[in-house]
Design a protein. Structure first.
Length: 210
């Protein structure tokens, strides 16, 4: 009972993950992936994603986001102190979220849509293509959106639009099922909340001056 009281955020996140899978496992994951495959086969226009996909391929990459966070941290540390709390929280958040999601991916061992339209789990594995759940890109994108929106609330719609676009991009390129990106969003926001709760003295809800 003490664990439940002391780890309410973690327990809530695990419950949310379970609900996510119950809703999407049997039908919607397969329906969406088959529909996406059909769009690719027929050449049907999904113009917004066609336009942003080349950009998202770079911008949503974990290395890109972590390097950007490190640069913000370094600039804040040595040049512009007002950026330091944000850069520090973001860097720690992204590193923690990235590590967490990689552990989960390889413990769960879900096959990616490029391998199957069905729900296939093989359990703990380092096998290529069996690391679909949760989505790492979505985890980092939603972690970034949550942290950034706490420091710069005026732009929270833009931050979450970026995260949502990353999630749609990962589905569109058949890297993930919908439940993978939803679970990634849950993991990313949960880690971000935990990080900000540990750095509450430095985190701010008001926007820092540019």
């Amino acid at each position: 009972m003490r664990f439940l009281k002391d780890n309410k955020i973690v327990v809530s996140a695990l419950m949310a993950l379970a609900v996510t899978e119950l809703v999407f496992f049997l039908r919607l994951d397969t329906i969406v992936v088959l529909w996406t495959r059909d769009l690719h086969r027929t050449g049907a226009a999904h113009s917004f994603l066609d336009i942003v996909n080349p950009f998202m391929n770079v911008a949503s990459n974990g290395a890109t986001l972590i390097i950007a966070a490190f640069l913000l941290f370094a600039i804040g540390r040595f040049k512009k102190p007002s950026l330091y709390p944000f850069g520090k929280s973001l860097l720690i958040g992204l590193l923690s979220a990235g590590l967490s999601v990689q552990v989960l991916k390889h413990l769960i061992g879900r096959a990616r849509p490029r391998l199957t339209d069905s729900v296939i789990f093989i359990g703990p594995s380092l096998k290529s293509g069996y690391d679909s759940f949760p989505s790492g890109h979505s985890t980092l994108a939603f972690c970034l959106a949550y942290v950034a929106s706490k420091y710069y609330p005026r732009y929270n719609a833009a931050f979450y639009l970026f995260a949502l676009t990353v999630a749609l991009y990962r589905i569109d390129c058949l890297a993930h099922f919908p439940s993978d990106v939803l679970a990634g969003a849950v993991v990313g926001v949960t880690v971000a909340k935990l990080i900000l709760s540990k750095t509450a003295g430095q985190a701010a809800t008001a926007e820092y001056p540019g």
